[in-house]
Design a protein around this ligand. Sequence first.
Ligand SMILES: [Zn+2]
Ligand SMILES: [Zn+2]
Length: 402
Amino acid sequence: MQIKIHRGTHRIGGCVTEITTKQARIVIDMGAELPVLGKAVSELELEGVTMGKPDCDGVFITHYHGDHVGMYDKVLPSVPIWMGPTAREIFSVVQRTVAEKCGKHSVRPVDFKTFYAGKPIVLKDTTITPFMIDHSAFDAYMFLIEAEGRRVLHTGDFRMHGARGAKMSAVFEKYARYVDVLIVEGTMMGRRDEKILTEHELGRRAREILRDERAVFVLCSSTNIDTIAEFYAAAIAENRMFIVCEDAFQLEILRVVTKNSRSSFYCFDRQKIYVYGENLHKKMTERGFCFIARTNRVIERALAAFPHNVLIYSMWTGYLDHSKPAFDAFKSKFVEEAVRSGSRLEFLHTSGHADASQIREICQITGAKMIVPVHTEYPEAFCSLGLCGEVRILNDGECLTV
Ligand SMILES: [Zn+2]
Ligand SMILES: [Zn+2]
């Protein structure tokens, strides 16, 4: 069996991993590079996958973040792409909205095949079993790949402090032991000083803020369902209005989650969700509100209408930091202007990624003989974790035979 990390050995995002056996060839994730201000995003071409004669049995997507699925439309039409069922629905909503906004009608439809947690897919001599994992994307998966007497576990992006975090150790214990190669994400290896809140701690703090404040705006990713569910629960508990943007985008995503989820935590009652419009201002003043917002002109006007507001920034602060490669000038400007206009800024965010102790824990549980870091700028930091298995630091495109 051969493992090749085409991208991601020394960077966060743009993930593409290839696993080849005597008979089969699969790819895990087809991610776009994260945009870096002032730098062109590079395209990756793979013979038999994105160009030439089709020669790939399937592309398996761990989750819907762009750095894992953003290049899906480059995959040759006859190569099947697989994704989790709810993730596919959410991603379809995102793609449709992007296409409408850009006026593009040529975006490839999200005609992915779907898999289910714990149900193996057999492609020639290779068996791929997806297991649901805790991440800031909903319906995210890791993959166990078994072929030629080897067991390879690809974690995708994961953490153990989100809504399903408490279950994660047991999932690894039950399904992912005796692993030969663990391909594991290491985003937080470069952010060792960041204190990680659990999603529930975030929810508790959200409730405190909503108890004390009447005008609360929240900037967070529209697809970060765990965080939105915490704000929703906090708003309902404090009898504040729960408001989403005036376009149908956020509402549609919450509808998809509610329809497909069996957990009451992810049940967003349509009767309790208000769609923003200036006609709500009187009620918003009387009852207080939690507005899941985005950085756009409508929100700017809403902020101006409630000048004594709290603006909760529930995203990675690196987007606001000029020195970080992922700096987002638009978000940064939006937040600066809001603060200048009187918003009280509060940072309340939890990471979508495992910290060093969580990485160490899953290396131990899986008993991985070999550990390959990906999705990290600091793969060499794995060597200082005191792991039992051999840490193998690869370069992009290097071939590892196991
Ligand atoms: Zn990622
Ligand atoms: Zn992710």
